[in-house]
Design a protein around this ligand. Structure first.
Ligand SMILES: Nc1ncnc2c1ncn2[C@@H]1O[C@H](COP(=O)(O)OP(=O)(O)OP(=O)(O)O)[C@@H](O)[C@H]1O
Length: 266
């Protein structure tokens, strides 16, 4: 399987908060569906922002690949936490989706009729065609999520990164949303941050637990037993609901997490 992103020995921190991520290594594959779990303040968003180039690491390497060859950058779609969106901003659904077509995602640009057709196609796929002329302030949380997902995929990215997409969203909506993600994952790699472990473990192909360090679980070898172990070494704030898939737990080593688990809270 081809690599898409390779992260080696990453150290990331802030001026007043060093060592948010310590010695983190991770590989994301071309058809990956990678779940990112971990406690509040464990560094999940920091990891996403570093991959997106929004934060400069103190140390370490991030390599991007296209068809197995190293490239300088990658087209990545980002779906922010919904509470980061200012719903009072006077902008329509179609404008939000269109803004996903610009290199720096700025809002002002001239768009062609081809661009507008792309918006229609994406909206159709997301099931939100009727919402296109509406202002984003009029939307429900679930509708807004679809709009943001449309914005994230419109530019044919190799990877989309979703930060807690199910926050404030009802269960029926969530099920449909995850179906949509499964469909998108046939073409695009997905990195999904969630506290809702119960839901994501039935969806993802691999899991990384981020708690200053990173522990990688390949192939979703996840069970109730795994969850108990993970909870000890990578405490997860909100445990998921619904039934867990029963898969065989493979042997794995939590040493790295234990090394870092002492001082990872805010
Ligand atoms: N801009 C910043 N300046 C200083 N410290 C920051 C900044 N952003 C995050 N932090 C700190 O870095 C740590 C990791 O934060 P981060 O948002 O990456 O965690 P998280 O795992 O995404 O948390 P949550 O699950 O609550 O979203 C926290 O202690 C946080 O307070």
């Amino acid at each position: 399987m081809n690599k898409l992103i390779e992260i080696e020995r990453l150290n990331v921190g802030y001026e007043n908060k060093p060592n948010v991520l310590s010695d983190v290594s991770l590989t994301i594959f071309e058809d990956d569906f990678l779940g990112i779990i971990g406690p509040n303040g464990g560094g999940k968003t920091t990891l996403l922002k570093t991959i997106l180039g929004l934060i400069e690491p103190q140390d370490g390497v991030i390599k991007f690949y296209n068809n197995g060859k190293v490239v300088p950058s990658l087209n990545i779609g980002y779906l922010p936490q919904i509470n980061q969106i200012d719903k009072k901003f006077p902008i329509s659904v179609s404008e939000v989706i269109l803004s996903g077509l610009t290199p720096h995602k700025q809002l002002i640009r001239r768009y062609s009729s081809k661009d507008r057709q792309k918006v229609k196609d994406v909206a159709e796929r997301m099931g939100i065609e009727e919402l296109l002329p509406r202002a984003i302030g009029e939307l429900s949380g679930g509708q807004l999520q679809r709009v943001l997902l449309g914005r994230a995929i419109i530019d044919n990215p190799k990877l989309i990164i979703l930060d807690e997409p199910s926050t404030y969203v009802d269960k029926l909506f969530e099920t449909n949303f995850y179906k949509l993600l499964g469909d998108i994952n046939k073409e695009i790699a997905i990195m999904l941050v969630s506290h809702d472990v119960g839901t994501i473990i039935s969806l993802v192909k691999n899991i990384a637990c981020v708690n200053q360090g990173l522990h990688y679980h390949s192939g979703s070898d996840i069970s109730q037993e795994w969850l108990t172990n993970a909870y000890q070494s990578c405490p997860i704030e909100i445990l998921g609901h619904g039934s867990l898939p029963h898969r065989v737990l493979m042997e794995h080593d939590h040493l790295h997490e234990h090394e870092h688990s002492a001082n990872t809270k805010d």
